[in-house]
Design a protein. Structure first.
Length: 239
């Protein structure tokens, strides 16, 4: 089955209000006609979603949040609900990123957030990935499989799965094409034929073609290289 690639940029805690002009520049770098065969998503800090929704209007760039709270509303100081993300103009939300899991978020929390997102009409991007020790121990596939089974809520069929080996995030190290191929085959078995599986971890223009050409890789989740529109466009061209 041919799936539309998803090229997703995660800005993390970078940027300021001047950056929201950039999506318009994206149109100059990569005309909409060239993007007809793929989806391009930017996940800025939550504060910038609404103004970006205005500046991205008519550019066919999709917007997402980097996280959301599991509750619909309530006394959760500093948090953002899935409903707020949706009403600000986003269609996606990343849940279970390893940088948030590192703060104690469990698979169960991730599943609850994914369900909260889906209820609001957001497409959750559920992240999983093993540590370097786990990979060295030869446990990467079993650990990732267990994470997926516990992080994808029962009954949810419409979601994106992002495989991001923790040791490859922001380090410049990437998994080899063979490792990615093997892991994505395992993931495909679990998630079935209709879920897009992204690879994430130091994806950049120089390695995008090989990674995106790997079997069962349906796109990429990109941190550092998504901060420059030019490099994000170069990655998108490789898809
Ligand atoms: P990176 O980040 O591309 O900077 O490695 C990826 C991610 O955290 O999603």
């Amino acid at each position: 089955m041919i799936m539309r690639p998803l090229i997703a940029g995660n800005w993390k805690m970078h940027g300021d209000m001047s950056w929201i002009e950039k999506p318009a520049q994206f149109d100059t770098l990569m005309p909409a006609t060239e993007r007809g065969h793929l989806d391009i998503l930017i996940c800025p800090p939550a504060l910038f979603i609404a103004p970006m929704a205005a500046s991205c209007f008519e550019t066919n760039i999709l917007l997402g949040a980097q996280n959301c709270h599991r509750a619909e509303s309530g006394a959760h100081t500093g948090e953002v609900s899935a409903g707020m993300v949706k009403s600000a103009g986003a269609d996606f939300v990343i849940v279970g990123h390893s940088e948030i899991r590192a703060g104690g978020e469990t698979d169960e929390d991730v599943a609850t957030k994914a369900m909260a997102a889906a209820k609001q009409g957001l497409m959750p991007i559920i992240c999983v990935g093993e540590s370097l020790d786990t990979r060295k121990d030869g446990q990467a596939e079993s650990v990732v499989s267990a994470q997926i089974k516990a992080s994808v809520p029962e009954g949810l069929t419409d979601y994106v799965l992002a495989y991001e080996p923790i040791w490859a995030i922001g380090t410049g190290m990437t998994a080899t094409a063979d490792d990615i191929k093997a892991m994505h085959a395992v993931i495909r078995e679990i998630v079935g034929p209709n879920v897009r599986i992204l690879y994430g971890g130091s994806v950049k223009p120089a390695n995008a073609k090989e990674i995106l050409g790997t079997e069962n890789v349906n796109g990429a989740l990109i941190g550092g290289a998504s901060l420059e529109m030019e490099s994000l466009a170069a990655i998108a061209r490789a898809a």
